[in-house]
Design a protein around this ligand. Structure first.
Ligand SMILES: Cc1cc2nc3c(=O)[nH]c(=O)nc-3n(C[C@H](O)[C@H](O)[C@H](O)COP(=O)(O)OP(=O)(O)OC[C@H]3O[C@@H](n4cnc5c(N)ncnc54)[C@H](O)[C@@H]3O)c2cc1C
Length: 387
């Protein structure tokens, strides 16, 4: 007989690592199964940094979740002694009517979040690396900043183990099934099969395969992160002086970037937000980054931050798992609501929610409901399939 668990967590990346921790901390007997090692570069949770912010241009409905996420990031640091978050401030810039500026302002006002609106002159004065056009403005959010994805995943894994979870790495799930009559689930790997009362599926870019019956269409896309050594050195880009930023141009193209967090030779990271992702699978993704891509990035970032694309240092690929409306998929599996909970389709903006998603998944798996507002993420919502 294979051993039996209260909950199996499939995938121990960003979301699954957090779920395993929250479940184990509540006393559940947890088995976590992960295809790769404890922290890896093959999915969506690597690359050294992720922006966190509260004045959320995407939708004010995300803000209560972000407030809770911030608390949980803080707790994660306290409980593990790891440095996970750096609140270096954030500049959300573009024309006043751009999605980045107008949307951020809407959330800030709706939730009374501390913020300032800066005109072009004030942006230039405070942040000498930035060269906005005269008609550009920014929302400045002091509590924006960055979290370190690898440290976050490692911290959740560490705490899950501390609370008695059994985590098996290098053990990919080949298939899973809900047992008839609400008797739980059976999960198969090459070597073993396991049973549990509940299953939590956090598959990242593997969702189209592992959640084929879900009904929520998810497109997996290749995205690229770039590191440049600024002309004149990284000093003006150091985290004590430089914020994170999202910059939207007149055509609606968004880029985002970070202070130089990797020392004098590490450069500063920048990327396109959502634009230009080539559809791929974890097996077919092109991991090489091409000269024309580096040139396009340098040109786009060089307009608002002229010294940044000084010297190209390196680039890395990562996958987005995008739903048609770019909202997440979190909730009971529509076909197996009694046994299986899903967390997928984080659409390139999920990392800042990792700790609160872990808490939500533990609520759903153990109590069948959560007090957190997750209506927007219902996997059964009607969404048009991508063209
Ligand atoms: C370039 C880039 C930049 C981003 N920037 C930001 C940002 O600034 N701010 C922000 O909030 N978000 C950002 N995101 C999004 C965020 O990083 C993701 O939403 C988040 O990491 C997704 O976490 P996940 O747990 O769904 O996926 P992952 O962390 O990839 O975890 C999925 C896990 O499932 C495992 N798995 C898959 N199949 C199996 C199987 N069969 N058996 C066992 N294990 C399996 C995988 O190995 C993996 O470990 C960015 C993403 C990318 C790619």
């Amino acid at each position: 007989m294979s051993p039996s668990y209260d909950v199996i967590v499939l995938g121990l990346g960003g979301m699954g690592g957090a779920a395993a921790y929250h479940l184990a901390a509540r006393g559940a007997r947890v088995l976590g199964l992960e295809r790769f090692g404890p922290v890896h570069r093959h999915g969506s949770s690597h690359g050294g940094s992720r922006i966190i912010r509260q004045a959320y241009f995407e939708d004010p409905a995300y803000v209560p979740l972000l407030l809770r996420s911030y608390e949980l990031f803080e707790r994660l640091e306290r409980d593990t002694g790891r440095e996970v978050a750096t609140l270096c401030g954030g500049v959300m810039a573009g024309r006043p009517d751009s999605r980045t500026v107008a949307g951020s302002l809407r959330s800030a006002r709706r939730w009374d979040l501390p913020h300032e609106v800066l005109d072009a002159k004030e942006i230039r004065r405070r942040f000498p690396t930035m060269a906005p056009a005269d008609d550009e403005v920014a929302l400045y959010e002091e509590r924006a900043g960055l979290v370190r994805p690898e440290q976050t995943v490692a911290a959740h894994v560490q705490l899950a183990l501390r609370h008695g979870a059994e985590l098996r790495f290098q053990e990919p799930v080949t298939r899973w099934e809900a047992l008839p009559g609400d008797r739980g689930v059976r999960v198969h790997t090459a070597e073993n099969s396991y049973t549990a009362g509940r299953l939590v599926v956090c598959p990242g870019a593997w969702a189209p395969r592992l959640l084929a019956g879900l009904g929520l269409p998810i497109t997996v896309e290749r995205q690229v992160m770039y590191w440049f050594q600024p002309e004149g050195g990284v000093a003006p880009f150091e985290p004590g002086r430089h914020p994170v930023y999202i910059w939207e141009d007149a055509e609606g193209v968004q880029i985002y970037g970070f202070p130089a967090i990797d020392g004098p030779r590490g450069g500063a990271k920048v990327a396109f937000f959502r634009k230009g992702g080539t559809p791929c699978t974890p097996e077919t993704i092109d991991r090489a980054v091409h000269d024309h891509e580096v040139a396009a990035m340098a040109a786009q970032v060089g307009r608002p931050l002229p010294t940044l694309p000084g010297t190209f240092l390196k680039a890395a690929t990562c996958m987005y798992s995008t739903t048609p409306d770019e909202h997440f998929g979190i909730g009971p599996h529509p076909e197996h609501p009694g046994s299986t909970t899903v967390a997928c389709g984080f659409s390139g903006h999920g990392f800042k929610f990792v700790p609160v998603v872990g808490e939500i998944l533990a609520d759903l798996a153990l109590d069948g409901a959560t007090a957190h507002p997750i209506e927007l993420f219902d996997p059964r919502r009607p969404v048009a399939a991508p063209a």
